[in-house]
Write a protein that binds this ligand. Structure first.
Ligand SMILES: NC(=O)c1ccc[n+]([C@@H]2O[C@H](COP(=O)([O-])OP(=O)(O)OC[C@H]3O[C@@H](n4cnc5c(N)ncnc54)[C@H](OP(=O)(O)O)[C@@H]3O)[C@@H](O)[C@H]2O)c1
Length: 272
């Protein structure tokens, strides 16, 4: 891991945060955690070693110092939730997004979107993340996302929200029709969107029109983009709430935040 020289850092303050759902504002860049817990069945350009506990703790501390307040995880990301639960001492300073419906046994994924399955999943996430509430829970949808968006899944998540276990519910979608349906029925949607693939623009537009939060996944084309800062500048001009960038490299994390901070400064907003 490369050390980041603090004097070189540019960071974000809460004046730069964007709305995600009622009474919740998030940094325009969030931390994605796939690579902190899982290196199989992923499509990154290079193989990588899962970082150790100390490196994960340092990365989270750096993200916090840089002004990031949003972290995205999932039961399908290996032991990631448990690691975060053990490390995140200042839980209330974070907006934690996790998912339900997809499970990964180290080799392959399986799916369960039944009301019992979703309820068990959320209860386990609460235990693993060592918290009594989750800020956001997304349905972790498979390729046939539209048919998986059932009314019983919506009802199950809504009940967990009514019980105070979840602040906002949403769906991580793959297709535009599913994204549009999620915008109608849920608080938040997560979509794949980047400079080379804007096919889900209609979802961003619909979410903006109805004041729904949008988290972007794969905003750097999962590492296949040659120019991360160009991709981030492109996303900053959209109505997204936050781009969730999955990195385990502190220098990349600091560089990404610096790019976002520069865009905000150039647009005339102050950083502090
Ligand atoms: N709900 C879902 O179905 C779903 C699916 C996919 C992802 N997600 C969420 O979205 C997050 C992001 O998605 P993603 O990880 O697929 O894609 P991504 O954020 O587009 O790209 C991550 C890749 O970009 C590299 N990277 C980041 N900053 C860089 C920089 N400044 N210079 C060079 N390389 C850089 C990372 O490598 P380094 O580690 O070397 O920086 C990593 O390999 C995930 O972590 C996860 O939280 C959700």
């Amino acid at each position: 891991m490369v050390n980041v020289n603090p004097p070189d850092m540019l960071w974000l303050t809460d004046t730069t945060y964007r709305p995600l759902f009622d009474n919740c504002h998030v940094s325009p860049i969030g931390l994605g955690t796939v690579k902190m817990g899982r290196n199989r069945g992923v499509k990154y350009p290079r193989s990588f070693k899962i970082p150790n506990d100390r490196d994960v703790a340092n990365l989270l501390a750096l993200a916090y110092d840089l002004g990031i307040n949003l972290i995205d995880t999932a039961p399908a990301y290996g032991n990631c939730e448990s690691r975060l639960g053990a490390i995140l001492s200042n839980r209330h300073q974070w907006v934690i997004c996790t998912k339900a419906g997809e499970y990964f046994d180290g080799q392959k994924s399986s799916f369960d979107f039944s009301p019992e399955g979703l309820t068990n999943s959320v209860e386990q996430s609460l235990r693993r993340l060592a918290t009594d509430y989750l800020d956001v829970v997304l349905l972790h949808l498979p390729d046939d996302d539209l048919s998986t968006l059932s009314s019983e899944a919506l009802t199950a998540l809504s009940k967990l929200k009514e019980r105070g276990l979840i602040r906002a519910i949403g769906a991580s979608t793959k297709s535009t029709p599913a994204g549009l349906l999620a915008v109608e029925d849920y608080d938040v949607v997560m979509i794949a969107y980047h400079q080379q693939d804007t096919t889900q623009q209609a979802v961003l537009d619909a979410a903006h029109a109805s004041s729904r939060g949008v988290m972007i996944k794969k905003g750097l084309q999962s590492g296949h983009s040659g120019s991360p800062d160009e991709y981030l500048r492109f996303l900053m001009a959209t109505s997204m709430s936050s781009v969730i960038v999955g990195t385990i490299n502190p220098s990349h994390l600091a560089a990404n935040v610096a790019t976002i901070a520069q865009v905000i400064t150039a647009n005339g907003s102050s950083l502090r």
